[in-house]
Design a protein around this ligand. Structure first.
Ligand code: AHE
Ligand code: ZN
Length: 370
């Protein structure tokens, strides 16, 4: 079939809206009509050539919601007309990781996914006879896409696509990092570095968990109002401040250091600061932000010897097929908010504007509706 898609033909070039060819679903695969997709910072980072796994030409986008239109042979967990959220972290329930119960990082299709291909090693997308790569196993910047069934969470039909698509990445990543990875408890003090599309979700996750102080840190004071909307109790603009001064200030505000800190910036210097703002003996720092290819983190080992813990979180530690439908329920039941974070809605033809708004710091989340 033909489908309209925004194609990343080359790094650092605007996406081009074209009609691409899409092959139907093979065994274990599903054709999904994407109804809405968020534009996440990771899409921009890949388009900017900063992802060590970045491939071109490709169809980016990994934060979608849509409707199953056709299922391939052997598909049992979803059916035509089901509403679904694509999962860049699938859940096969059979691999070593899934059966371990210790991690959400299902490994069953990770290697082909990282090569921009379906599990059989081929692509379903092409343009003028040339292969186009899939992206993060999702490619939600195409109106129709094909995914393995293990990469689809079936969700309730009354959830609006325009907002629930955000659960495909940002919401789950932020809220999940708090409740699944850190396991923040009532009364804990939390510090969130970077109040964008992920950080605000960390804030609302911390509020949901019953945190005491929720300190937001950003270089842009406009973000204070945003943070407060979702439960932030204190704000710090650290522009121009030295690392030592930021740490001293946080330690003073938290009676010796935070129980949990979250990096939502992808900046390796900020990651260090976040670790060193943790309380001696037990504070944990969770790295969520995605760093540019080639960047490394460092700290004095003494920071870890004296009990601080450095951890990472991917897709909020959520097991997609199991947890995503529950997060959709949290949203529909009003336990978490999404609507105010969707600052811009546009058609696919305007998708490049979403990238401009993000780079200018003018959006929290832009969503394309098809
Ligand atoms: N491909 C990059 C890493 C990119 C990365 O860390 N991706 C996050 C999701 S970002 C969502 O906005 C992730 O969950 N990664 C887990 C995984 O398996 O990719 C690189 O450095 O190679
Ligand atoms: Zn994302």
């Amino acid at each position: 079939m033909k489908t309209r898609a925004a194609v990343a033909f080359e790094a650092k070039k605007p996406l081009e809206i074209v009609e691409v060819d899409l092959e139907g679903p093979k065994e274990g695969e599903v054709l999904v009509e994407i109804m809405a997709t968020g534009i996440c910072h990771t899409d921009a980072y890949t388009l900017d050539g900063l992802d060590s796994e970045g491939l071109f030409p490709s169809i980016l986008g990994h934060e979608g919601a849509g409707i199953v239109r056709e299922v391939g042979a052997g598909v049992t967990s979803v059916a035509v007309d089901d509403h679904v959220i694509p999962l860049y972290t699938p859940e096969c329930r059979q691999c070593k990781t899934c059966t371990s119960g210790k991690s959400n990082l299902c490994t069953s299709i990770r290697s082909t996914q990282g090569q921009g291909l379906m599990p059989d090693g081929t692509s379903r997308f092409s343009y003028k006879g040339q292969q186009i790569f899939h992206y993060m196993g999702c490619s939600t910047f195409s109106n129709f896409t094909v995914l393995p069934e293990i990469a689809l969470a079936k969700i309730r039909k009354d959830a609006p696509f325009q907002t629930s698509c955000y659960i495909g990445c940002g919401v789950t990543t932020g809220v999940g990092a708090v409740v699944n990875t850190a396991k923040v408890q009532v009364g804990d003090n939390v510090v969130v570095f970077g109040l964008g599309g992920i950080g605000l979700n960390v804030i609302q996750g911390a509020k949901l968990a019953g945190a005491n102080k929720i300190i937001g840190i950003d270089l842009n004071s406009d973000r204070e109002e945003w943070g407060r909307k979702f439960g932030m109790t204190d704000f710090l603009n650290t522009k121009g401040m030295k690392r030592e001064d930021v740490i001293a200030k946080v330690l003073q505000m938290t009676d010796g250091g935070a129980d949990y800190t979250f990096d939502c910036t992808g900046n390796t210097e900020v990651m260090r600061t976040a670790l060193e703002c943790c309380h001696r003996g037990w504070g944990e720092s969770i790295v969520i932000g995605v760093a540019e290819a080639g960047k490394e983190i460092s700290t004095r080992p003494f920071q870890l010897v004296t009990g601080r813990v450095w951890k990472g979180s991917a897709f909020g530690g959520a097991k997609g097929r199991t947890d995503v439908p529950k997060i959709v329920d949290w949203y529909m039941d009003g336990k978490i908010q999404i609507d105010p974070m969707i600052t811009h809605v546009m058609g696919l033809e305007d998708i490049n504007k979403a990238f401009d708004l993000m780079h200018a710091g003018e959006s929290i989340r832009s969503v394309v509706v098809y």
